[in-house]
Design a protein. Structure first.
Lengths: 249, 315
């Protein structure tokens, strides 16, 4: 296994009486794509927000590159090298594509000219070049998601957490998004990808963690995961598992 | 549009026009009107830094205006300190208050922030109404002293004209600088979406405080100028809630979050209010305000992004 970059230990998050995450452990290796799967309501986004500092974990710790980042503010976590996108796209609607990405690039350079050239570079990389001066509000959903990713990339992060980037995309668009993700991974950036569309993430993930009802129910390579009975049960229900067992015998 | 193509010449011509204005128009009313327009434009520019670029609608900005006016006046009356130094002291005091008030208020978002600023404005108004040492409800009459730059008192309106014009240019230059720098990008980011801004490392609260401090500084500057120009201040004139609302109205009417919007707003609303007060004022208190209100309603229905949008290119 590659060197560990992100480590979550025994993380628990409760909302009143509801336990959204219970004793979750996970690690991501440097340069890896880690898939975080689970049906709706499994606690993926909660876990994600705990790591990114938007929620304060009740128990447990998050370590990033050997540094404890538990319950730091989102701003500080971003500065330490974790970028994120949002499940419901949050681009700066009143700004152009270039200005959006420049806002990200300003984290590492105070100078406007430098930020602009950095932003331009990222925009070219993500194939948004023909839309540089279009206000973000006029973009289509896939382009907005791409823009959000560009803004995150402009931060020069070591790790990017993506919250359901594929949701709402067509099959063709998913294919393109998957290809983009593997190109980002090739740059040496670790990716934590939250997804409930299994097919999207299985081909590129190095490792997959599956959550159900706030608990980790499986972890392993995509092949192992997709035949794990607990995972199938969580996704497809008891009956499907029983039927499958009957068919096999 | 023609306006856009020749923008630089147009602005240059305007500046030259305003520089020679007092020479051409020697009537005291014309000069007084321009001084008022410039002063309110300065206030609208100041409000725009926080309300326009950062999206934090404050309806308590009269506090900073009052602090600017009272600080320089009190320092001059009690210790004979030049109002110019008083202006700097007023700016420092206003910035300090803005930070103390801003920190708790910025925990509130949207409407709640606006309501909190109204409360702060009213509290400060009441404090000054009852603070006998600084004149209470009666206010302070500035002693008339010799005409001089150091004393910031002139018999003619012309020096006032150039001083306020200079201060206004300073605020325009600052706004242009903000707009082009990282600060401007960050402020707009906070305005658009605070969560997203934080996710890219923008310390939202800190940037809101910076915007508030800059905004307070320019507002206090205008406050000192007002005190020196009118030579009388009381809570009803410098800590009046309508003043806060007017600052907001001018910026909104002209177009928030732009350099030129607040200027356009001031150039329309102030003459409108002065002329309607002069011609309709006798017909009953507040008729000028009704004209005002009607205009705002028409604007929000047909041009919600302000008059500036008439001049902007559509993408």
């Amino acid at each position: 296994m590659k060197t560990e970059i992100l480590k979550v230990v025994n993380l628990t998050k409760r909302f009143g009486g509801l336990t959204a995450n219970s004793q979750v452990n996970l690690t991501a290796g440097e340069g890896e794509i880690l898939g975080l799967l689970g049906p709706n309501g499994a606690g993926k986004t909660t876990l994600f927000n705990c790591i990114a500092g938007y929620y304060r974990a009740d128990e447990g710790s998050v370590t990033f590159r050997g540094e404890d980042i538990t319950s730091q503010s989102p701003e500080d976590i971003c500065r330490s090298g974790i970028a994120r996108t949002f499940q419901l796209v949050k681009v700066f609607n009143g700004m152009t594509v270039l200005e959006n990405v420049m806002c990200g690039a300003f984290l590492r350079s105070y100078r406007v000219r430098k930020a602009r050239s950095k932003a331009q570079e990222v925009i070219d990389f993500l194939e948004l070049s023909d839309k540089v001066h279009i206000p973000a509000e006029n973009l289509t959903l896939p382009d907005k998601k791409r823009l959000e990713l560009a803004r995150a990339l402009a931060l020069d992060p070591r790790l990017i957490m993506l919250d359901e980037v594929m949701a709402g995309l067509t099959t063709a668009e998913i294919g393109k998004a998957v290809e983009t993700l593997s190109r980002i991974c090739d740059m040496g950036i670790t990716l934590v990808v939250v997804e409930h569309v299994m097919e999207a993430i299985m081909p590129i993930a190095h490792k997959v963690v599956v959550l159900d009802n706030g608990e980790k129910i499986a972890e392993g390579t995509p092949d192992v995961i997709s035949s794990d009975p607990r995972v199938i049960k969580a996704y497809l229900g008891e009956k499907y598992v029983a039927a499958r067992r009957q068919n096999q015998s | 549009m023609v306006f856009l193509r020749y923008k630089h010449y147009f602005i240059g011509a305007l500046v030259v026009f305003f520089l020679v204005f007092p020479v051409i128009f020697q009537k005291s009313f014309a000069q007084h009107m321009m001084i008022l327009i410039f002063m309110y434009a300065l206030l609208a520019m100041a409000w725009n830094i926080l309300g326009g670029y950062t999206g934090q609608v404050s309806l308590g900005h009269s506090v900073f205006f009052g602090i600017g006016a009272y600080t320089s006046t009190v320092l001059f009356m009690w210790y004979g300190i030049s109002p110019w130094i008083g202006m700097i002291a007023g700016i420092i005091a206003a910035v300090a208050v803005s930070l103390v008030v801003g920190y708790p208020c910025f925990r509130l978002k949207g409407h709640y922030f606006a309501i909190a600023t109204i409360c702060v404005g009213e509290i400060v108004h009441l404090i000054f109404l009852n603070w006998q040492a600084v004149g209470g409800a009666i206010g302070l009459f500035l002693p008339i002293v010799d005409d001089s730059f150091v004393n910031f008192q002139f018999k003619s309106k012309v020096p006032y004209y150039y001083i306020i014009f200079g201060l206004l240019l300073l605020s325009v230059a600052t706004t242009v600088w903000i707009e082009r720098s990282r600060l401007g990008f960050y402020l707009r980011g906070v305005k658009e979406d605070q969560d997203a801004a934080r996710s890219i490392g923008i310390r939202a609260t800190r940037y809101k405080m910076i915007a508030m401090a800059l905004s307070a500084a320019f507002t206090a500057m205008a406050g000192t100028f007002y005190a020196q120009y009118i030579l009388f201040i009381d809570p009803g004139s410098v800590l009046f809630m309508m003043l806060s609302i007017q600052m907001c109205l001018m910026a909104v009417l002209g177009g928030t979050g732009t350099v030129w919007g607040p200027l356009i707003g001031a150039f329309i609303l102030i003459p409108l209010s002065e002329f309607s007060r002069a011609s309709l004022g006798g017909a009953g208190q507040g008729l000028d305000l009704m004209v005002y209100g009607g205009l705002i309603m028409v604007m929000s229905a047909y041009k919600p992004s302000g008059l500036i949008s008439l001049f902007q290119k559509k993408e």
